[in-house]
Every structure is written in C-alpha cells, then in structure tokens.
Design a protein around this ligand. Structure first.
Ligand code: 13P
Length: 243
C-alpha cells in the first residue's frame, strides 16, 4: 500500500511522538465544549484534536457543526484539527471530508480482520488524495464512545496482526486495545504494557489510546513514554460539562 504523502494528521502525531509527547483528542458536541478545549490547549501552547462523534455528525446540523469547528479552529493560536470519530460508514466519511474534517477514524473493529483491513484500505485510498488522515482500530476497545457506561475490556490487539494491518492499509494511526475501554472503568484499569510495547516496536504508524477518561495520570505518562501519540477523551469532559 502506498503511503507517499503525509497528511497533516499524520504529521502532527509523528511530531508529537518524536518529541516524547502525545496529542489530546477531545469529543465536542457544541462550540461551548470546543471553546473550553481550545482554551486549555492554548494555555499549554499544544496542538489539539477535536473529535466529532458519528452520532452528532449524522444528526441534523452535523455538517454545519463541523464547518463551525473548522472556522473556529482557524481563529485559534494553536493547531486545531477536526476528526470524525468512530465512523463505520464510508458515505458518512465522504460527507465529513466534504465538510472539511482533516482526519477520520475508519472503525471496522467489530468486523473480522480481513474486512476491517479492506474497509481501512478503501478509506485510505479515498481520503489520502484529499489530504485527510485515517485512523483505524484493531482489537476492540469496548464500551460506547458516545455514552458513559461502565465497561469491561474487550479483545486485545495482537502485535503481529497490527504489523500486517498497518503495512497493508497505510493508515496514519492505529487505535490499540490493551485493556483500555470507553466510558467508566469497572475497577482499577490494568493496561497490558508489554503488549503496548510490542505493538509499538512492530508498526510504523502512530498509536492512539482511546478511553483515556479514568486512566491515572501515571498510566497516561507511561503510555506516552512507550510511544502513544494520541489519546481520546470524552467521558471526563462530559462529566465536567454537565457539572
Ligand atoms: P472515554 O469516553 O472513555 O474518554 O473515551 C473516549 C474515546 O475514546 C472517544 O473515541
């Protein structure tokens, strides 16, 4: 698979990893949430990713919401990139690209390996010429990315599969399942550090950690030190928003 041109998404993540950092990606449902996230990023002079969930993009006004985020991003003093999160439908992905997202997550993690790979390859083929970065998921980060239920961890990412998947799909970023879950952790989170290290050693793409809400700061730091370049947060942000 050709991966000639680096997307802005890929470039921001590679730069973060090279400097021992990770980029925070936060789900926003409106401009108030966006404002809070971007102000925080500005206070750290850090780039940031605004995640738009497929349910808010697919709802009425979803296109306008993405365009509003894109316009507001231009008025910020840090790099702000808008990503469609967890999309399993190529038509939704095309529509989001038409509205200006600079990255998409092609989520085929519920599919068998070959189908997940075919889906990710197809999305990379259509998005890369448009400069849109692609993230995929291998293994299964359980729980709903848009709902804050309590969750047990799902199928973990096999390092050998991850290597083959990245080589053949050409994705910029791979979301790994190493004991992380979306929503609230049931009990103390226990990430499989050995597995994370092995995946990192075998793939060239950036790594992302979904379900960062509820992970202790020391775990986040350790994940970043092992090469995770992006972490996704929704639950903690929404709890703060509703408070
Ligand atoms: P949390 O809700 O657990 O923070 O997960 C968010 C996420 O991974 C969005 O993709």
């Amino acid at each position: 698979m050709e991966t000639a041109m680096e997307t802005r998404f890929g470039e921001i993540l590679s730069r973060a990893q090279e400097t021992g950092r990770a980029v925070g990606a936060f789900t926003c449902y409106d401009l108030l949430g966006f404002e809070a996230v971007v102000r925080a990023a500005e206070s750290y002079r850090a780039p940031v990713i605004i995640l738009v969930s497929p349910s808010s993009f697919g709802a009425q006004g979803g296109g306008r919401l993405v365009r509003a985020f894109r316009a507001a991003a231009k008025a910020s003093s840090v790099e702000v990139l808008v990503q469609l999160d967890h999309a399993g439908d190529e038509r939704l992905i095309e529509r989001a690209a038409d509205c200006g997202v600079e990255a998409v997550m092609a989520d085929g993690s519920k599919l068998p390996f070959a189908e997940n790979l075919a889906f990710a390859r197809s999305v990379v083929r259509s998005m890369r010429p448009r400069g849109v970065g692609v993230e995929a998921e291998l293994g299964r980060v359980e729980g709903h990315e848009d709902e804050a239920g309590e969750t047990l961890s799902g199928a973990t990412t096999e390092p050998g599969d991850a290597e083959e998947f990245v080589k053949q799909s050409g994705v910029d970023c791979l979301a790994v399942a190493v004991g992380n879950v979306h929503g609230h952790y049931s009990g103390t989170p226990e990430l499989d550090w050995g597995r994370l290290e092995e995946v990192r050693a075998r793939i060239s793409a950036s790594l992302s950690l979904h379900g960062a809400s509820g992970l202790p700061e020391a775990d986040l730091e350790r994940a970043v030190s092992l090469g995770v370049a992006k972490f996704n947060v929704n639950t903690e942000l929404r709890m703060a928003y509703f408070r």
